[in-house]
Design a protein around this ligand. Structure first.
Ligand code: HEM
Length: 396
């Protein structure tokens, strides 16, 4: 449909925002955009962005106007195939259904919880050998790698290899300039992953893992899709779990009264949810405009790739009071860190159980004197993916 059939103004262009501003302080950029130009074309990233909570949610829910199947992004190239995350309708649902068993509430409580308790205890024993540590390398990173390996069914992969796969996938997915060296690395890592998955598929090891769920599903999906959807769980969860845990711990450690509040309530779920809201590990998600439309009086043309900024939705002043403050006592409201609609994160409840019910309570019970070593020096980085670059603490 042409613009003539719509009465809408052109989307304003923001030329002031730089990549460096988006990397160092995205919250300040989005605060300005929400106030002045909530739908805007950001020249720095060459995309239309949506920053208000209602609009971000609409982009995820309104599948008549917004789709996920955007073949202009480098994602297919980086993942060596077309993942469920970039498919629409029945084609998407079929692949999502094949993974679901692993994440069902009964499976979380009757199977995964005790597995997670066991591996958290093991890691806390290792941590106790130190007095001062960087929680990124000594705790959050190995925890994230080890729980995901059992969840995915790839136990024999090393922690380092899993992180190298995750890094190659997300760097490749963001390679909009189509840099050859970046794709060479993702190609190499794709081969390593495919070889690993193919061997496990041949062995048919049946447990509650994502791999086993896909293999044993009543309507099996193709091996090519088993491979690429395993990669979605790697690229979308390994670094994100690490980052979300660290952001939450940083928030708590800067607010000792809130730690005491959680101890008194014997409930850390508010802390886990607030950490997810405060710094969304995946700050933005792309969609393609399937049908032209008007939003906030502006013409959004068919064929454009747009970004729904969930990090900005989580700070929308119309919903959240003092959104920049970490506050575990906030009333539970749906933040948008795990997305919404048909592509809403499959692993969200699993993450909340792992971190809110197992890891954080055990960490503070084991180290009651846990405190920050460098409060003023903790640095957060990243525009698309975001978290602290280190978290130095004293354990005693
Ligand atoms: C803090 C950790 C995590 C964050 C912040 C996160 C975030 C997200 C987001 C925002 C989406 C939606 C993307 C979109 O709409 O385009 C998503 C989808 C997805 N996530 Fe997560 N995720 C996390 C952990 C996990 C875990 C632990 C798993 C599995 C082990 C997982 C598996 C998936 C899958 C399979 C999808 C695709 C769903 C679909 O397209 O139907 N995620 N995640």
């Amino acid at each position: 449909m042409s613009k003539k059939t719509f009465i809408g103004s052109d989307i304003p262009i923001d030329e002031d925002t730089t990549m460096s501003m988006l990397n160092s302080d995205p919250a300040a950029v989005y605060r300005r955009l929400r106030k002045k130009t909530p739908i805007v074309r950001l020249k720095a990233i060459g995309r239309i962005v949506f920053t208000k909570a209602d609009d971000v949610r609409r982009v995820k829910m309104d599948t008549e106007h917004f789709g996920s199947n955007d073949v202009t992004t480098p994602m297919q190239r980086a993942f060596g195939g077309h993942t469920l995350m970039r498919k629409d309708g029945c084609e998407h649902l079929r692949e999502r259904e094949a993974m679901k068993r692993t994440f069902e509430p009964s499976c979380l409580s009757s199977y995964w919880k005790s597995e997670f308790e066991y591996l958290t205890d093991e890691l806390l024993d290792e941590l106790a050998l130190n007095k001062t540590v960087d929680l990124l390398t000594a705790f959050a990173q190995p925890l994230s790698a080890r729980y995901l390996k059992i969840v995915l069914g790839i136990q024999d992969v090393s922690d380092e290899q899993l992180f190298s796969w995750a890094t190659a996938l997300i760097t490749g997915a963001m390679n909009t300039s189509l840099n050859k060296e970046i794709f060479d690395i993702s190609d190499k890592k794709n081969k390593e992953m495919n070889d690993c998955f193919d061997q496990l598929i041949a062995n048919k090891n049946m447990d509650y893992s994502v791999l086993a769920s896909m293999l044993s599903h009543t309507h099996p999906i193709e091996v090519s899709q088993i491979r690429t959807n395993m990669k979605i769980c790697i690229g979308g969860a390994v670094i994100e779990t690490r980052d979300a845990l660290l952001s939450t711990l940083f928030g708590l450690l800067t607010q000792p009264k809130q730690i005491q509040y959680c101890i008194d309530q014997n409930d850390w779920t508010g802390a886990c949810t607030e950490g997810l809201r405060w710094v969304a590990p995946i700050q933005a998600s792309p969609r393609i405009v399937r049908k032209s439309l008007i939003m906030r009086g502006m013409f959004i043309p068919k064929g454009e790739t747009v970004m729904a900024i969930q990090a900005s939705a989580n700070y929308d002043e119309q919903i959240w009071k003092n959104p920049h403050l970490f506050d575990v006592r906030r009333k539970p409201k749906d933040n948008q860190t795990f997305g919404d609609g048909s592509h809403k994160c499959l692993g969200g409840d699993m993450y909340r159980m792992l971190i809110g019910k197992v890891v954080i309570p055990k960490l503070f019970a084991r180290f009651p004197g846990l405190s920050l070593k460098n409060k003023g020096l903790v640095e957060f980085r990243g525009f698309a993916f975001r978290g602290p670059t280190s978290l130095l603490v004293s354990l005693v």
